[in-house]
Design a protein around this ligand. Structure first.
Ligand code: HMG
Ligand code: MG
Length: 302
């Protein structure tokens, strides 16, 4: 298929980026400032928080304060993870724009991450979608471990397609396919999309690739050739999943933007502003961005 002419970028740094931050709890004010900077840089979709159990993911324990504290920009969708009805009700109280449920193509990962089987998770998501429909907000769905699992190893593309279809049939408006541990390579990524788009129209699919093995950009190029036009990425390449040991961050937004600009694909996002934001947040965390583009270009003032 020809490459897309425009791509929707879904920014993950405040949620996927910070949920696994090892250097202590990131202050609420820093999270809010990050989200506001990302919106200013032109991001239209920001995953801002996660209404999960604070016992499971302490870094996201201030989700309500974060969501309520953001100065919202018109035209920006601020979303949050909600694994169950309790998470959804808490998120709704903060005026969240959109929520996401998250399942997996691996039974073992499902158990480790959300403490239930794949089938139980899908049953748990049903009332979340029903309640979201009642209040008129959209629900995104994730499938984790689409190119490999830290516990089960290889994952069959057919299993990814099956779980994606279940989320689609339930009413998720978009299904984001997560290479949670960043082990995929382009041919495998292509095969996984080929299998999944037989069950879910490709315009409803998104790519959520972690960059552990440095393959994420190559994989993104491959899946864009398969019709993918929604990409999840995290500024400065922040992130990881607490229940996927050794997994590094999402592909860096700066690197994706540079790739897309080179391909003449429109996003509406200011690359230099994202680079500067990446330097700012990693400065707060005591390190440097892991984006190669950010390191090569440097911040605007330097
Ligand atoms: P559980 O222990 O089975 O839940 O956890 P439970 O329903 O039995 O409840 C136990 C306790 O948790 C109760 O409190 C509940 O009230 C509380 P207690 O009575 O003991 O005081 N509880 C909650 N508290 C706050 N918010 C909630 C909530 N739900 C229950 N929503 C649960 C099940 C799903 C809650 C837990 O396993 C959990 O929070 N897991 C989250 C794990 C997580 O956040 N992982 C990272 C995000 S996923 C990811 O990163 C992958 C992704 O990026 C895509 C990719 O890369 O592949 C999306
Ligand atoms: Mg992720």
């Amino acid at each position: 298929m020809p490459l897309p002419t425009s791509v929707k970028l879904f920014e993950m740094a405040p949620r996927d980026g910070l949920q696994n931050e090892p250097g202590g709890i990131v202050p609420t004010g820093t999270k809010i400032a990050l989200i506001e900077r990302l919106a200013k840089a032109g991001m239209t979709h920001i995953e801002a928080a996660s209404f999960v159990s604070p016992k499971w993911v302490p870094q996201m324990g201030d989700a309500a304060e974060v969501m309520s504290g953001i100065k919202r920009q018109p035209g920006v969708v601020y979303s949050a993870l909600t694994p169950n009805l309790k998470g959804l009700e808490n998120a709704l109280e903060t005026g969240v724009d959109e929520v996401a449920v998250f399942g997996a193509a691996s039974e073992a990962f499902s158990q480790k991450n959300i403490n239930c089987s794949i089938a139980e998770s899908l049953a748990r998501f049903e009332p979340v979608l029903e309640r979201a429909r009642e209040v008129g907000i959209r629900v995104r769905g994730y499938v984790s471990c689409v190119l490999g699992c830290p516990y089960e190893g290889e994952i069959a593309p057919g299993k990814v397609a099956e779980v994606a279809k279940a989320l689609y049939d339930m009413g998720c408006y978009e299904i984001s396919l997560g290479d949670t541990i960043g082990v995929g390579t382009p041919m495998a990524a292509r095969r996984m999309i080929e299998a999944t788009r037989q069950q879910v129209p490709v315009e409803f699919l998104a790519a959520h690739f972690h960059d552990t093995y440095g393959m994420a950009l190559a994989n993104l190029y491959a899946v864009m050739e398969e019709g993918i036009s929604v990409i999840d990425a995290a500024t400065a390449g922040l992130g990881g999943c607490p229940y996927a040991k050794g997994a590094s961050g999402n592909v860096a937004t700066e690197d994706v933007l540079y790739l897309l600009e080179g391909l003449g694909i429109e996003t509406g996002i200011d690359l230099q502003a994202v680079i500067d934001t990446g330097y700012w947040i990693t400065g707060q965390l005591g390190r440097k961005p892991s984006s190669k583009v950010a390191l090569a270009k440097g911040r605007a003032s330097s």
